[in-house]
Design a protein around this ligand. Structure first.
Ligand SMILES: C[S@@+](CC[C@H](N)C(=O)[O-])C[C@H]1O[C@@H](n2cnc3c(N)ncnc32)[C@H](O)[C@@H]1O
Length: 346
């Protein structure tokens, strides 16, 4: 006699239902990843596997809750749990170890921090109003908030340098920099990109241009760049260092609306000789219906900064308003979502 109960036939659209529901809950993956990065869990696993109880004692949190967070992450390939309930590093988890060669711990901490997370949670309000609600939540626009809260600002700039580091070398290697001349990194943060450019081009000198409190933590003081750099603090809406040959703007233009981005580009145009070039390093968004990292970044820019990612045509239109024109777009090898958009004087 067959005792197996009748198996109901699942509705044909059940796979789609599951897919959509899991996509709606993806924010919990980000939250869990942010917890692991912030607590430094991976650091405590780099020498040996540990149980949630051992980890919780080290990072001073609740063991049962930490275990559940880590178990979600194991289901995503970040950490692995063995039969003795000890957690191990996986290749993805190794990127969360603070001193790993390509560590992204500070970047993940930044990407999941309150200043990005809360505006994303209020995206419906931003869409309703047609502008970011960051200033409503934090009482100031993004960069003013960082200036007013130096510890938060330092965390952001550290995270940004960490995030950017994965592509600094690729950008430096992709663009055919001239043998001699001066490169200004406008809003260059801690200077990782400028350092890579100077290290690979011994005939170039460089200027790191940013706000005072950011320049203090620069990374330019290295044997390979000795005597070839200086820092200049200022406001890129008002001016840029004069007379350089290349003006780099990595992850800058996308932070701003067209009106504000035009002001930054105008500062570069006013400062540069006619032969100089402006290199914007940002995503170039493709036509609709194509999966592209730039689309995700676009919503981050929209909800936090009032900024946006742009298409090639949008870049050209923006350049022209600032007295520049698009010369060419160079995709970066291995990270095609990030392009070098070269502009020259109109
Ligand atoms: C998103 S970060 C990009 C940093 C760096 N270019 C990179 O790709 O990692 C934006 C940078 O613009 C700088 N910044 C913001 N407002 C500025 C202003 N008014 N004048 C000069 N720099 C500014 C910030 O301090 C920060 O370093």
């Amino acid at each position: 006699m067959n005792t197996t109960p009748n198996q109901p036939t699942p509705p044909a659209d059940l796979p789609l239902t599951k897919e959509l529901i899991s996509r709606a809950l993806v924010y919990l993956d980000s939250a869990a990843l942010g917890v692991a990065a912030r607590l430094g869990v991976a650091d405590h696993l780099s020498g040996q596997p540990r149980t949630a109880t051992e980890l919780a004692a080290l990072v001073e949190v609740d063991a049962a809750f930490l275990q559940r967070v880590l178990q979600l992450l194991t289901s995503r390939g970040i950490f692995r749990e063995d039969w003795q309930q000890r957690f191990h590093l996986t290749p993805l988890a190794r990127l969360l170890v603070s001193d790993a060669p390509h560590s992204l711990r500070d970047a993940v901490t930044m990407l999941t921090a309150d200043y990005f997370w809360r505006p994303a949670g209020r995206m419906a309000d931003a869409v309703g109003k047609g502008h970011s609600v960051f200033a409503e939540i934090f009482d100031a626009p993004f960069f003013d908030h960082l200036t007013e809260h130096p510890t938060i600002g330092a965390g952001f700039h550290l995270g940004m340098a960490n995030y950017s580091r994965s592509t600094d070398q690729i950008v430096a290697d992709t663009f055919p920099f001239p043998e001699t001349g001066t490169v200004v990194d406008v809003g260059g943060g801690h200077g990782g990109l400028l350092r890579a450019v100077l290290a690979g081009n011994p005939g170039l000198t460089g200027i790191l241009y940013d706000q005072d409190e950011v320049l203090r933590d620069h990374v330019l003081d290295r044997p390979e760049t000795t005597g070839r750099w200086r820092t200049v603090s200022g406001d890129f809406f008002a001016s840029a260092p004069e007379g350089a040959d290349i003006y780099l703007l990595k992850h800058i233009v996308h932070d701003w609306s067209d009106d504000k981005a035009e002001l930054i580009l105008r500062s570069c145009r006013r400062a540069m000789p006619d032969h100089a070039r402006v290199l914007v390093v940002d995503a170039v968004v493709p036509p609709p219906n194509v999966t592209h990292y730039g689309r995700t970044l676009d919503l981050l820019m929209m909800s936090v900064f009032n900024g946006r990612e742009r298409s090639e045509e949008e870049f050209d239109a923006l350049f022209r308003k600032a007295g520049l024109k698009l010369a060419r777009v160079l995709p970066t090898a291995g990270f095609e979502e990030l392009s070098i958009i070269e502009a020259v004087a109109l």
